[in-house]
Design a protein around this ligand. Structure first.
Ligand SMILES: [Mg+2]
Length: 227
């Protein structure tokens, strides 16, 4: 077999983060008694993705991401809030969201007998464990590696070294990472010298400097890659 070990990203690969995020933001804004407009939502996403990008580049820590994303947002709305507390409440709402992305669970179930499956996710450990548990996904994975517990994050080589050290009989050439993010999943896989499968549903053009080994637009196309 071409592959033995498959490393799966979670958000927007197995679970529908867009749906989870939307519901969590709505719940949070209801508590704040502020109407969540499309514009506010877009501004939040901009602030949040900028912070995560800095985190992935090692320029900031996760606490700064989670504690400041809402104070930065509400600054723009001329409202002062406790960013840390609001961040905690938001993470609670986030932990309640576990919509599956398409038929991801059936795909994982089908892969389970033939491959060693692992979760590789950048995020808050408590939130990610809760969501994976509630989606009944946990049982299919040999282990779950959340960046917060690892101490490093995708795409850092140190993150992957930590993961590889904990996979029994690990073989680089028989391992592939599957994820939707070029910057964290695909770049990480390239730095760690394993094969990469880019899930690219919106068919965005690839960067010239970050090239995936394989590309699919729906997760169930993974079977053609594994053949
Ligand atoms: Mg993702």
């Amino acid at each position: 077999m071409k592959f033995k070990t498959l490393l799966f990203d979670v958000d927007d690969t197995l679970l529908d983060f867009q749906a989870t995020e939307k519901k969590a933001l709505q719940a949070l804004f209801e508590e704040e008694e502020v109407t969540l407009t499309d514009e506010i939502e877009a501004t939040y996403k901009q602030i949040n993705s900028q912070l995560w990008r800095e985190f992935e580049q090692g320029k900031t820590d996760k606490k700064t991401v989670t504690d400041t994303r809402f104070s930065l947002l509400f600054d723009q709305l001329n409202k002062t809030v406790d960013g840390k507390k609001m961040g905690e409440r938001y993470r609670y709402h986030l932990s309640q969201g576990h919509d599956l992305l398409g038929n991801s669970k059936e795909i994982i179930e089908r892969l389970k007998p033939d491959y060693d499956l692992y979760i590789v996710t950048n995020g808050v450990a408590k939130t990610q464990y809760q969501r994976l548990k509630d989606s009944n996904m946990t049982e299919f994975f040999n282990d779950i590696f959340v960046s917060e517990e690892v101490g490093y994050q995708k795409p850092m080589k140190e993150y992957f070294d930590y993961v590889f050290d904990r996979i029994p009989n690990f073989e680089h050439e028989k391992t592939m990472i599957i994820g939707d993010s070029l910057a964290s999943d695909i770049q990480g896989g390239n730095l760690a010298k394993i094969q990469t499968l880019w899930l690219n549903p919106s068919k965005q053009p690839a960067h010239s400097e970050i090239q995936p080994t394989y590309e699919i637009s729906r997760l169930d196309e993974i079977f053609t890659v594994l053949e």
